[in-house]
Design a protein around this ligand. Structure first.
Ligand SMILES: [Zn+2]
Length: 136
């Protein structure tokens, strides 16, 4: 099995609605995102996947939606609070924890990868010392 990993970063704000503590306030993170894909053998171009192709897929399907956005659960409370917010909001079905964001990323990327490429692992850092990991 061969794998390649590309590291991305993006800025976003979020809040955890029902959280007892500071995370219930809107606050920002400089997220670091590591995407690992794998395959049994390199393809016709002797690569699993061109890093440039992986970069474009993550940019188009994740970062374009999330970078410099406010990420919120689309519940009634948040929709009322941010009704007139003129900025970029990404609404989620669940609270925008790192764990739920990983699941969202996997659902966006798996369908757009070439058939012979597996989405192997996603790591999302909220801070330098706190991260969540998704593995197939
Ligand atoms: Zn946070």
């Amino acid at each position: 099995m061969l794998s390649i990993t590309k590291i991305f970063s993006f800025e976003a704000a979020h809040r955890i609605s029902k959280y007892q503590g500071a995370c219930s306030q809107v606050h920002g993170h400089s997220y670091k995102l590591q995407i690992t894909v794998s395959a049994g053998m390199p393809g016709d171009n002797d690569m699993i996947l061109d890093f440039k192709v992986l970069k474009d897929l993550v940019q188009n399907h994740v970062l374009s939606l999330w970078d410099h956005s406010l990420i919120l659960k689309g519940n009634a409370e948040n929709r009322q609070f941010f009704l007139n917010y003129p900025g970029k909001i990404y609404w989620m079905d669940s609270e925008p924890t790192a764990e739920r964001m990983l699941i969202d990323i996997s659902r966006k990327l798996e369908p757009v990868l070439p058939d012979y490429v597996n989405l192997e692992e996603i790591v999302l850092f909220e801070t330098e010392t706190s991260y969540a990991k998704w593995r197939k």
